[in-house]
Design a protein around this ligand. Structure first.
Ligand code: MEV
Length: 440
């Protein structure tokens, strides 16, 4: 059956749902009911969400959890996290509590520079292009003045523009490589608007540059776009304490610290491990990025590029024991905003930012990176001691119980039983079957 359709975006929401339900579902009424079930009863709120994207048919829920007890630079935070993976919030909260009792996290923003590029082709003498650029550099600033005025009032703007010759990589390929300070906004729209104006100025001024031949005047702009690789929009986060202070219950703190450092070193040298190690960090980072209405795809792309900056994919975090002190730290690039974008539109994003006491973008960088480090600490602590499955499966038990549609009575029995038995999907199914057999 041919399921293509033209003019879909012009259909009403109702018509879109009818089409999708009729085309793809064996039980269209049931599919429609599920879709409608997730609509918000407040029509205004629903319209707000409908308008975020094209072709909205319903809402897609993710849980919003909170992790209290994050002590960062002496200030306490309760951090909102939007994530579906069962163990992440619990692990973050546990690590936060652990470090709050050992001095908390230290966080420092190293730099906040963003990057954008105009990629263009120029067929001619590179020295002439260089001269053209130097003579016209001020024009790029002048012709973006209307765009940069407000940003400048807030202390930001265009930091610099340089011409880059990339012809060793691709014939005739040059760039205008621009750096920006966007203060509390992520700055994507600001940067892209400036870049598109640079491209216009570039083409226009080239036309009247006397030293250019006709061919040289004909600069071809390929594209103008910000870069999500922001190695100079960087935050450093760290924890440290005496090795003996790592002690918990019956653990041997030195053994723990040494094994922990070893685990980090493995992730520093072994890319297969580094990817999973960093994924654990991103569990924390993405959850806060998402809850605060920031672009997690941009953050993901930039962070993983940063993890490969040496030419080999490596762990983002590092650990050492020096003079009997355990140190654990990480630097990550994070281009975040606390104004603009979704931050003033999405009611839950507003709520999340208020919960964080309306942080600046720099403060948010610190919080997000700290949650990433905490998550990594929690994962490595489990991996190097009990193994990850114990905690994971405990947290996952709720999902299995829901899948099996357990009654309240069964739920209590299951939870009690698996307090003292290893959780696995098969074990829970077997236990529930036994319960139900006994009953029937
Ligand atoms: C699971 O979501 C994350 C971990 O695999 C991270 C890690 O292995 O460090 C537990």
């Amino acid at each position: 059956m041919n399921k293509t359709i033209s003019g879909f975006s012009k259909l009403s929401k109702e018509e879109k749902i009818n089409w999708i339900a009729g085309e793809y579902f064996s039980n269209p009424e049931e599919a429609t009911a599920i879709i409608r079930n997730y609509w918000n009863s407040d029509a205004k709120l629903q319209k707000l969400h409908d308008d975020f994207i094209e072709n909205t048919i319903t809402n897609f829920y993710l849980p919003l959890g909170i992790a209290p007890n994050f002590l960062i630079n002496g200030k306490s935070y309760t951090v909102p996290m939007a994530i579906e993976e069962s163990s992440v919030v619990a692990a973050a909260a546990k690590a936060a509590k652990f470090w709050s009792e050992r001095g908390g996290f230290k966080a420092t923003v190293i730099n906040t520079e963003k990057i954008g590029q105009v990629h263009f082709l120029y067929k001619g003498d590179a020295a002439k292009l260089e001269r053209f650029f130097n003579e016209n550099k001020t024009r790029f600033f002048e012709e973006t003045e209307s765009m940069t005025k407000n940003m400048q009032k807030r202390g930001g703007g265009i930091l610099d523009i340089v011409l880059k010759d990339k012809t060793d990589l691709l014939p005739n390929y040059f760039q205008l490589h621009a750096t920006f300070e966007t203060k509390d906004s992520m700055g994507a729209n600001f940067i892209n608007s400036c870049l598109e104006q640079f491209a216009k100025t570039l083409k226009k001024e080239a036309q009247s540059f006397e030293l250019f031949s006709e061919e040289e005047k004909n600069i071809q702009v390929v594209m103008s776009i910000l870069s999500n690789y922001v190695p100079n929009c960087l935050v450093r986060v760290e924890v440290s304490c005496k090795v003996d202070d790592l002690k918990e219950k019956n653990s041997n703190p030195r053994d723990f610290a040494e094994k922990f450092v070893q685990a980090v070193q493995i992730a520093e040298v072994e890319p297969y491990r580094a990817v999973t190690h960093n994924k654990g960090i991103m569990n924390g980072i993405d959850a806060v990025v998402l809850a605060t209405g920031n672009d997690f795809r941009a953050v993901e792309a930039g962070v993983h590029a940063y993890a490969s900056k040496s030419g080999r994919y490596q762990s983002l975090s590092h650990a050492k024991i020096e003079n009997d002190i355990f140190h654990f730290w990480m630097e990550v690039p994070l281009a975040l905003g606390t104004v603009g974008g979704l931050t003033s539109l999405h009611p839950l994003v507003k709520l999340a930012l208020e919960m964080l006491e309306k942080p600046s973008a720099q403060e948010l960088m610190q919080i997000v990176a700290v949650v990433g480090l905490a998550q990594n600490f929690a994962a490595l602590r489990s991996l190097t001691t009990t193994g990850i499955q114990e905690g994971h499966m405990k947290m996952h038990l709720g999902n299995i119980i829901n899948q099996l549609e357990a009654t309240d009575e069964e739920r209590i029995k299951i939870v009690n039983h698996f307090e003292h038995h290893p959780v696995s999907h098969a074990a829970v199914v077997e236990y529930v079957n036994d319960l139900r057999k006994v009953k029937s």
